[in-house]
Design a binder for this molecule. Structure first.
Ligand code: HEM
Length: 399
C-alpha cells in the first residue's frame, strides 16, 4: 500500500483517496466549482477532475477525444505485466465503438424491465430473510449484514454461479474497486474473478444452463462464436459493475434514512413518495466515478489535456451542481426536476439501471417494512469507501 502526501491545493493536486475526500467530497467539489471547475493532479499520473454537470456530460459524449479503453480511476502502481484484465478487457464498459455497440447489445436483454421484474420476488425473499437474521438483535451492520449481501446474490443467480460463492465474489470485487493503491490486493481480485470464470466457461461449454454465461457462449456474431476472452470480460464486468455500486447505493440510502427521520417516516407512510424518492437518493448519493483516457492532445474548458491523461467521470459531483439542481445538498424526496447522471450519460449509460433501481427499492422497502425506526449506533463509527465507488462500509444501526 502506498503512503500519499496530504493535499495542499485541491485545484492542482487533488487526491480522491485522501481521507477528507472519502469523508466529505461535497465540500471539495463546491469549492472547486467556484475556483477551478476542472481540477488536476499528477498523483498516479496526469489526471483531471471535472465538477460541473455540463462538463461531465460533454466529456461523456465526446468519444473520439475521451476513450473508455482505460476506465479505472486509479491506475495500477508499478508494472503488472501479466495482468489478465489488461488482456481481456471488460466490454462494453472498457470498449469504444464498434466493439462497444454489439457487446452492449448482448447484455441489454438481461436487464430489461421484464427480466428485472422476474428477479423481484427472489430479491424480496432474500431481503426479508436477511432482516430475519438480525432483527431480534436490536441492531445490525446495515452495510455488511444487509446492503452488501443483496446485489451479489442476485447477480450470481443471473450469471448462474452458486450462491455460496457470494462472499468470495464480494471480496474480489472490493479488492478490484476499493483498494486502489494496493496493487497486490487489486491483482488478487482481478485474478480471482477471471480464473473463476475461466473454469465456469469451460464447464458451461459442455453443460450449458439457463444463464447469462451459457447464453454468451452460445451466441454467434457474424456467424462466429464470441471469443472466449470477451465472454470472460463481460461476465467479470457484470459482477464488478453490479455489486459494489448497488450495495453502495443501498447503504448510503440507509445511512440517509437513519439520520433523517422525517424522510424515513415519509417513505414508511406514503407509498406515493417512492418513485421520486429513489431517484433523489440516487442523485444525492451517486456512488460511481468512472474514467476516460485522452486519445490526443485537446483543450477542454481551457485545460491543456495531453494524450494518455486520465479524466475522471465525476457523475457524483455533476449531481450536486447548483446550476442544474436547486439546493443540491438537500435531499428532497419530492424533487421533480431531476435529470441526474448517477447512471452516467451517453453510450455507456448503465446497462443495469433497471436492476439497480429494483434492488434499491426492494431493499429499502423490506427494511422499512420490518424496521420502520432506526438510528446510527455512533455516527463517528461509520466508515466510507471512496475512489471509484462511494458508499458506507460499516454502518451500525440500532432499532
Ligand atoms: C446503483 C447502482 C449502479 C450505479 C450507480 C451504476 C452506475 C453506472 C455508471 C455511472 C455507468 C457508466 C460508466 C461510464 O460512463 O464509463 C455504468 C455502466 C454500466 N453498468 Fe452500472 N451502475 C449500477 C448498477 C449496475 C448493475 C446492477 C449492473 C448489472 C449487472 C450494471 C451494469 C453496468 C454495465 C454493464 C455498464 C457498462 C455499459 C456500457 O459501457 O455500455 N450496473 N453504471
Amino acid at each position: 500500500m502506498r503512503e500519499t502526501a496530504p493535499v495542499g491545493d485541491w485545484a492542482t493536486d487533488f487526491d480522491i483517496l485522501a481521507p477528507e475526500y472519502l469523508d466529505d467530497p461535497f465540500r471539495i467539489w463546491d469549492e472547486l466549482r467556484g475556483t477551478c471547475p476542472v481540477a488536476h493532479t499528477e498523483r498516479r499520473g496526469s489526471t483531471w477532475l471535472p465538477t460541473r454537470y455540463q462538463d461531465v456530460v460533454d466529456l461523456a459524449h465526446d468519444i473520439p477525444h475521451f476513450s473508455s479503453a482505460d476506465i479505472v480511476v486509479v491506475p495500477f502502481a508499478g508494472e503488472v505485466p501479466d495482468e489478465p484484465v489488461l488482456i481481456f478487457g471488460l466490454p462494453p464498459i472498457s470498449a469504444d465503438p464498434p466493439l462497444h455497440t454489439w457487446t452492449r447489445r448482448l447484455l441489454l436483454p438481461w436487464f430489461s424491465h421484464t427480466r428485472v421484474a422476474s428477479y423481484e420476488a427472489m430479491t424480496r425473499d432474500l431481503c426479508s430473510s436477511l432482516v430475519d437474521s438480525f432483527i431480534a438483535d436490536g441492531e445490525c451492520d446495515a452495510a455488511g449484514q444487509y446492503a452488501q449481501q443483496i446485489p451479489v446474490r442476485v447477480i450470481a443467480s443471473i450469471l448462474g454461479v452458486p450462491e455460496e460463492m457470494s462472499d468470495v465474489f464480494t471480496g474480489w470485487v472490493r479488492d478490484v474497486l476499493e483498494f486502489a493503491d494496493d496493487t497486490e490486493r487489486r491483482t488478487r481480485g482481478i485474478r480471482g474473478l477471471i480464473e473463476y470464470f475461466i473454469e465456469e466457461v469451460e464447464r458451461r461449454a459442455t453443460e450449458p444452463g439457463n444463464d447469462l454465461l451459457s447464453e454468451l457462449l452460445q451466441t454467434e456474431v457474424d456467424g462466429e462464436p464470441i471469443e472466449r476472452r470477451l465472454v470472460l470480460g463481460t461476465a467479470a464486468l457484470v459482477l464488478i459493475a453490479g455489486v459494489d455500486t448497488t450495495w453502495s447505493a443501498i447503504g448510503s440510502s440507509l445511512w440517509h434514512l437513519a439520520t433523517h427521520p422525517e424522510d424515513r417516516h415519509r417513505l414508511v407512510n406514503d407509498p406515493g413518495a417512492w418513485s421520486l424518492g429513489i431517484e433523489e437518493l440516487l442523485r444525492a448519493y451517486s456512488p460511481v466515478t468512472m474514467a476516460r483516457v485522452v486519445t490526443g492532445d485537446v483543450e477542454f474548458q481551457g485545460c491543456p489535456m495531453k494524450a494518455g491523461d486520465k479524466v475522471l467521470m465525476n457523475f457524483p459531483a455533476a449531481n450536486r451542481d447548483p446550476e442544474v439542481f436547486e439546493n443540491p445538498d438537500v435531499v428532497d424526496l419530492d424533487r421533480a426536476q431531476n435529470r441526474h447522471v448517477a447512471f452516467g450519460s451517453g453510450i455507456h449509460r448503465c446497462a443495469g439501471s433497471n436492476l439497480a433501481r429494483m434492488e434499491l427499492r426492494v431493499a429499502l422497502e423490506e427494511f422499512l417494512k420490518r424496521i420502520p425506526d432506526f438510528e446510527l449506533v455512533d455516527p463517528a463509527q461509520v466508515t466510507w469507501a471512496g475512489g471509484q465507488v462511494r458508499g458506507p462500509r460499516d454502518l451500525r444501526v440500532k432499532f
